[in-house]
Design a protein around this ligand. Structure first.
Ligand SMILES: [Zn+2]
Length: 206
């Protein structure tokens, strides 16, 4: 059994910062610490909202997925589907230009899974242009497409076949199956290049 002293102590715990208390004269006041922390909180919120305003939330989420680049959800889905069909591949093989997402040595083939936004899928609804800082984005996109062209040329020059798969073709599981069917048919052949969907395709689903 706790002593009377201990029980009294438990009842008179010091007030938390921010708690309204009564001072010696019986007047209500707010602890100074709580006052300071409220101020800091308000400044932080203002700063955060200024940063967020630079790009809209859609753009930000695209930026985040672009930063990841590798192992995106569509790429993982395609990898899984190819693997279950018995295709074996290496990931990001450093021996090939641009370290392609998938390399199938048996078919001397590299597969690139391209995000439509970052790699500027022509005519695709997902290749939108942010309204803020247009010059900045244009420079970024130009550099991406220039590098893509260069990588494609280098890979094919080295005698490798190249499949480019756009992420808009891998949104739903039935699409992933369709793409895998296409690749399964193309891989044993001799055609040097395939693009899925073919150029000028318009995705039907958001
Ligand atoms: Zn696309």
């Amino acid at each position: 059994m706790a002593s009377l002293d201990q029980r009294c102590k438990a009842l008179t715990k010091p007030a938390r910062p921010g708690k309204k208390i009564h001072n010696a004269e019986g007047r209500r006041q707010i602890r100074l610490l709580s006052h300071v922390s409220v101020k800091i909180y308000r400044v932080t919120r203002q700063r955060r909202s200024r940063v967020t305003d630079v790009v809209d939330s859609k753009t930000r989420s695209r930026m985040m997925s672009g930063i990841r680049g590798k192992n995106t959800k569509p790429e993982l889905a395609l990898r899984k589907a190819l693997h279950s069909r018995g295709f074996r591949y290496r990931l990001n093989d450093r021996r090939l230009p641009g370290h392609p997402d998938l390399v199938l040595p048996k078919y001397r083939t590299a597969i690139l899974v391209h995000g439509c936004f970052w790699h500027r899928h022509e005519g695709c609804r997902f290749a939108t242009s942010p309204s803020t800082r247009p010059e900045f984005w244009q420079a970024k996109f130009d550099e991406n497409t220039r590098r893509d062209r260069e990588v494609q040329q280098l890979i094919t020059k080295q005698g490798w076949r190249l499949a480019t798969v756009w992420e808009c073709a891998l949104k739903r599981s039935e699409q992933v199956t369709a793409v895998t069917d296409l690749l399964a048919g193309w891989l044993p052949g001799s055609s040097p290049i395939i693009e899925i969907p073919p150029p000028a395709f318009e995705p039907s689903e958001a």
